[in-house]
Design a protein around this ligand. Structure first.
Ligand SMILES: NC(=O)c1ccc[n+]([C@@H]2O[C@H](COP(=O)([O-])OP(=O)(O)OC[C@H]3O[C@@H](n4cnc5c(N)ncnc54)[C@H](OP(=O)(O)O)[C@@H]3O)[C@@H](O)[C@H]2O)c1
Length: 251
């Protein structure tokens, strides 16, 4: 009997993770889902096969991450895909340190720990894919300083792991999904270039199956990302402040 394809998803409570989980399950992939709050997965688990595994982890607790990965790894018999989709984004015009601290804890420390441990397990089994849902926001700084910086960190961290996979001649793919905004924000009154969740998830899985190392979802965000990089500071900065001024009272 051929072993079933398996995937572990960090950040399973996010709407995007849930859509990815549904699409993977439809393709017959057995899932291990990780979330700090398993109760929030109630509706999702009803839609997934009975052999889906759940593991509670707060990514701030780095010791917990190792235990969670090991437990799922053992029960699934290894993982073909580990997808890290955790993230925190916050902004307040008074720039309290606590926001930066929280974002760094989740997006940098927790993220790195999850990727590092997953890479270690993949290295031991000598196959598989590590993928992270990252953001085009990492190409430049922004008003949510720690958030933008954390996304640049994520890209560079993944690139480093990819270099080690190549150096060690491991059959491991490391994928950096450069996500633009999707229809989650439509409810907040933004309409620019947003794609529905199923389309976003489908493009992510298509890119991962092709073994792409770094790719944009949806594809047109490559253009935005390139434009961000090329814009001179005096235009880029003005654009950012205008946007934040508009939301100032809501923050
Ligand atoms: N939404 C967008 O339009 C967009 C655009 C570009 C890039 N991205 C990137 O995509 C990723 C996911 O974004 P999203 O919009 O799906 O965000 P989201 O809905 O807020 O999901 C973030 C996930 O991270 C988990 N998480 C947060 N803090 C955690 C902690 N301490 N321990 C464990 N898990 C924790 C959340 O779990 P809980 O819900 O249980 O806290 C949730 O499952 C992020 O890296 C984000 O930067 C999103």
């Amino acid at each position: 009997m051929t072993a079933k394809t398996t995937a572990i998803i960090f950040g399973a409570s996010s709407a995007l993770s849930q859509e990815l989980a549904r699409q993977l399950a439809n393709e017959g992939v057995r899932l291990g889902l990780i979330s700090p709050d398993l109760d929030s997965l109630g509706d999702l688990t009803q839609q997934l096969p009975d052999d889906t595994l759940l593991q509670a982890v707060n990514i701030n607790d780095i010791d917990d991450i190792a235990a969670a990965i090991d437990s799922l790894w053992q029960q699934l018999g290894g993982a073909h895909l580990v997808l890290v989709n955790t993230g925190l984004n916050a902004y307040h015009p008074s720039l309290p340190w606590q926001i930066d601290q929280d974002v760094i804890d989740v997006n940098v420390v927790g993220f790195a720990k999850a990727c590092h441990l997953a890479f270690e397990r993949l290295r031991e089994q000598s196959y598989g894919q590590l993928a992270a849902i990252n953001s085009v926001s990492g190409v430049r700084g922004g008003p949510a300083m720690a958030f933008h910086a954390s996304k640049a960190f994520a890209s560079n961290y993944l690139e480093g792991l990819r270099m080690h996979a190549q150096r060690l001649k491991l059959g491991i793919t490391v994928s950096d999904v450069q996500l633009g905004q999707f229809d989650k924000f439509a409810q907040q009154g933004r309409t620019f270039w947003l794609s529905p969740l199923p389309v976003v998830a489908k493009q992510i899985l298509a890119g991962l199956k092709k073994g792409k190392q770094k790719f944009h979802v949806t594809k047109r965000w490559w253009l935005v990302s390139t434009m961000f990089k090329l814009l001179p500071g005096y235009i880029y900065n003005t654009r950012r402040w205008k946007k934040k001024d508009k939301n100032k009272d809501k923050a």
